[in-house]
Ligand binder design. Structure first.
Ligand code: PMP
Length: 436
């Protein structure tokens, strides 16, 4: 591992002097990138890094076709939605066509946080209730309202008194056969408590692959009873598709489809513009109409024509190039490769995935949680030194979070697997040295 160069050290000092303290650099030795292309990011010395972390550029970094659509529109007109403009309607029609029957209305936003913020407003207005149920380590975004329902932020925020957390079967160690009953019981208890206190339930707000809870994807369908419990009490299901949406789960375009539920509201963001800030709330007509007819919602930059042209190009490529099917195939290849490594080398405790979103528990069963966490961090940094980007997730931050752009090919998966083998061996070696 080389030392930080004077160029990077100077840049870090300048960042620290001018940026708000909330900025954090990733890795023990931060990386400096100057360009991206497809699956790769390049540092100033033109060293390539294989990106198995960034899920926003689903169609690859600097996708030329997406960029051409963006530039072309920026050169023609960038206007808001109070003028007639066919592309907005074209895109909205194409987007809702990817959803199950009944979900046929869309309101655009600029980010995932705004989408969740708006969805909460809609659910509260529609249900007449205030309570929100989320998973134990959920993250739903940055605005005051969504941060207040994001326990993942820990001590950094004061959670709303109207929020209730529910545990997930996987992290609670509940066997798959009892997962659905366990989840439903958790939700029913939360609903009862909200009702008892006169708060009522406005929504169950969930990311269906529970990415910040450690990627808790299985068994498919386990959330259905909990959803029914919320609906019986007059609340809505908001599916936060910021992470699983747009084909990442491989088996479906939308993560909630794995669970065979139809949400009232669906929130979108991240990969929708492949890096251009655009998001949406897609939903059933009644709550969206009730909200639109009662409250005011306008957002200066929502569905500006450049964002819409970009999102239109993204959806075209997703469908034309069968990106979701690729995510399924590459997810299977990656899973099989990780399972093989887990049999041959110590260091992998469990592998969870839906398509190209993986949580891979690190360390040995016999290790204490803080050692498992340190092990995961060592692997992430060793991979970074080897030119491969991933991060961690879960309550204990001991699972590798692996979510490459969806255009990834077999050769990238194989490069990644070889790097994981090397990293596990290196980290295990270093630990053995340390223990001697
Ligand atoms: N929901 C989930 C599940 C997320 O992971 C995130 C971002 N990490 C958001 C919402 C917020 O999206 P944004 O940062 O675009 O506002």
């Amino acid at each position: 591992q080389s030392a930080l160069s004077p160029r990077e050290a100077a840049l870090i000092a300048r960042r620290d002097a001018v940026l708000g303290a909330s900025y954090r650099l990733q890795y023990r030795q931060p990386v400096h990138f100057v360009r991206g292309e497809g699956m790769w990011l390049y540092d100033p010395d033109d060293r390539p890094y294989l990106d198995f972390y960034n899920n926003v550029p689903s169609l690859g970094h600097c996708n030329p076709e997406v960029n051409a659509a963006m530039a072309e529109q920026a050169g023609r007109i960038s206007a808001n939605t109070r003028y007639l403009e066919p592309q907005l309607v074209d895109y909205a029609e194409r987007l809702v066509a990817t959803f199950p029957t009944g979900i046929d209305r869309v309101v655009f936003t600029c980010t995932g946080s705004e989408s969740n913020d708006l969805a909460l407003r809609i659910a509260r207005l529609y249900s007449g209730n205030e309570g929100v149920i989320v998973s134990d380590y959920a993250y739903h975004g940055t605005s005051a309202a969504v941060a207040a329902v994001s326990p993942n932020l820990g001590d950094a925020v004061v959670l709303s008194p109207n929020v209730r957390m529910v545990s997930l079967p996987g992290p609670a160690g509940v066997p798959e056969a009892q997962a659905a009953a366990f989840f439903e019981a958790q939700v029913r208890a939360a609903v009862e408590d909200l009702n008892r206190r006169g708060i009522g339930v406005a929504a169950l707000l969930i990311d269906s692959i529970f990415s910040s809870d450690g990627v808790c994807v299985d068994p498919p369908g386990f959330i259905a009873g909990g959803v029914a419990a919320v609906r019986e009490a007059g609340g809505l299901l908001i599916a936060d598709e910021v992470q699983p949406g747009f084909g990442r789960t491989g088996s479906h375009m939308w993560g909630f489809e794995r669970h065979k539920v139809v949400p009232d509201l669906v929130t979108l963001g991240k990969p929708m513009g492949n890096g251009f800030p655009i998001g949406a709330v897609v939903g059933q007509r009644e709550p969206l109409d009730r909200f639109g007819n009662t409250a005011r919602y306008s957002n200066t930059l929502l569905s500006n024509t450049v964002g819409i042209a970009t999102a239109n190009a993204v959806l075209t490529i997703l469908q034309r190039d069968r990106i979701q099917q690729n995510a399924l195939a590459m997810g299977q290849r990656l899973r099989a490769g990780l399972e093989k490594i887990a049999q041959q080398q110590p260091g992998i405790r469990a592998i969870r995935n839906a398509g190209l979103f993986f949580g891979v528990d690190m360390g040995g069963e016999d290790m204490a949680p803080h050692t498992q966490r340190a092990f995961a961090l060592d692997v992430v940094n060793t991979l970074r030194d080897d030119g491969v980007l991933v991060s961690t997730t879960g309550e204990n931050e001991d699972a590798l979070k692996v979510r490459p752009p969806l255009i990834c090919e077999a050769e990238h998966v194989d490069l990644f697997l070889a790097a994981v083998e090397r990293a596990l061996a290196k980290v295990a070696d270093a630990r053995n040295q340390g223990l001697k």
